[in-house]
Design a protein around this ligand. Structure first.
Ligand code: ARG
Length: 466
């Protein structure tokens, strides 16, 4: 088949080179964006009199038909075309003749592909934000239900201080909120129009880039034509944000895996989101959480791959940049799937509050509160800390816990101890006293939940607004 770019070259490229060069197997998924961009371009060419208005209309009608036929399955993408842009031009020209050939006036595939990708990513970001919002909804629901359910809070994976499952879950909500914020911020820079930058230097035609940008819902145009066609930082920035989001999900996933183990038994995942073992009948494996953890590496890989592909490229467009799309598509697909699976896994998990409380009871998780008790009785914190440490050591040596250590044993360490020490080391009291802003007490967790619910980003709210 004659190449659309045949002219300078006369000989046929080898089949091997054609296959190597082609991107249609993956860029065909941008067909809607490609058509939208071409429609706006045709409209602009017509409005500015660069091509006859009547031909512009025929182009737009032709593209509209192609879109309809692609959506209905009547028209199939031809895998022998080099890329989606060539395919569109070929089909259009077959259908409407010379008018189709005029569409590429004042345009290049370089600005066209940058445009398609920006349009694509804009939608992906919106979808990902929506899915992250729905995950937040699912997590908040559990946080609300378990806002008073006491569990050990850990540092170094050692029992540290009592917290509630509500507080613990809300920590992940805060991370997801920032993930959403970052993506929305990246969208601001994604949403600038490169169309009209042409091959690299702009064009001699009196085009109207603002017209095209506005028609396509962009907030503005890329201000330098060479930058507009050759930069991919909008992809890299989004991939970075997605990597951070996945890093958060991987930590959450890791805790789900730990909590559902026989050693912890804090939660039980629903059958719908676990798998069995082919040989060990007792197993219920947290595969979904493990896969989210594993796929995090994949998204980091997408980021690193594109960063590396872009490194050191001279201006402006280089074919290396065709390598931008697969990592972007892969990362977006992966993140969307992970967010959805995660929301389902969280909504359906059962919580074993008795086991969480039991784990919080043994482990001297209330030792800080014991020290605070002495501070309230007048001791400087350092001294109180030392006395409490000695009491803990004694308890460990004699197999006792702070809750039941006899008062005379306490008094041997300090005369300041009284009956009210038992109140001070009671787990519920420990939690209820963490009243500082953002702290673990139920009222503070409720404040966090109320704050997040008031934001216009949780799945339900967003859908209502849409
Ligand atoms: N398929 C190409 C890509 O994805 C489109 C741009 C081609 N431009 C060029 N000058 N060869 O980057």
């Amino acid at each position: 088949m004659a190449k659309l770019w045949a002219g300078r070259t006369a000989g046929d490229t080898s089949k091997l080179a054609d296959d190597f060069n082609a991107s249609i197997s993956f860029d065909s998924r941008m067909y809607r964006q490609d058509i939208a961009g071409s429609m706006a371009h045709a409209a602009m060419l017509g409005a500015r009199g660069i091509i006859p208005q009547e031909e512009a209309q025929r182009v737009m009608d032709g593209l509209q038909d192609i879109l309809g036929e692609l959506e209905s399955g009547k028209l199939a993408i031809d895998p022998d075309c080099e890329d989606i842009h060539m395919f569109m031009e070929q089909v259009l020209t077959q259908r409407i003749g010379d008018a189709g050939k005029r569409l590429h006036t004042a345009r290049s595939r370089n600005d066209q592909v940058a445009l398609d990708l920006r349009l694509y990513m804009r939608d992906e970001i919106d979808e990902i934000v929506g899915k992250a919002g729905r995950l937040i909804d699912a997590v908040i629901e559990k946080a609300q239900a378990y806002k008073a359910a006491i569990m050990p809070g850990y540092t170094h994976l050692q029992r540290a201080q009592p917290v509630t499952l509500g507080q613990h879950l809300m920590a992940y909500v805060m991370m997801l909120l920032r993930d959403i914020d970052r993506l929305r911020d990246a969208r601001v820079r994604v949403n600038l129009s490169p169309i009209g930058c042409c091959a690299l230097a702009g064009t001699t035609y009196a085009t109207d880039r603002a017209f095209e940008a506005e028609r396509l819902g962009f907030d503005g145009i890329c201000l330098n034509s060479m930058d507009g066609v050759s930069d991919r930082d909008f992809c890299l920035e989004t991939l970075s944000d997605l990597s951070i989001l996945m890093m958060h999900l991987s930590r959450f996933a890791e805790e789900i895996i730990l909590w559902s183990s026989w050693e912890f038994k804090f939660i039980e995942l629903s059958d719908a989101f676990t798998t069995g073992s082919s040989i060990m009948p007792q197993k219920k494996n947290p595969d979904m959480a493990e896969l989210v953890r594993g796929k995090t590496g994949r998204v980091y890989g997408d980021l690193m791959g594109l960063l590396t592909a872009m490194k050191g490229l001279p201006l402006a467009y280089n074919k290396d940049m065709q390598e931008d799309k697969e990592p972007v598509f892969d990362a977006c697909d992966t993140v969307k799937m992970c967010l959805e699976v995660f929301a389902g896994m969280i909504s359906t998990m059962a919580v074993n509050t008795a086991n969480m409380r039991r784990a919080a009871q043994a482990g001297f998780i209330n030792a800080t509160d014991l020290a605070d008790y002495l501070v309230r009785k007048g001791l400087p914190f350092r001294e109180a800390y030392r006395i409490s440490g000695r009491i803990v050591a004694e308890c460990i040596a004699t197999g006792r816990v702070l809750e039941t250590l006899p008062l005379d044993a306490y008094r041997k360490h300090s005369p300041l101890f009284d009956e009210d020490v038992y109140q001070a080391v009671d787990l519920d009291v420990c939690v209820s006293k963490r009243i500082s802003a953002g702290g673990t007490c139920v009222a503070e967790v409720e404040k966090q939940i109320a704050y997040v619910k008031s934001l216009p980003l949780c799945g339900k709210k967003q859908e209502e607004a849409e």
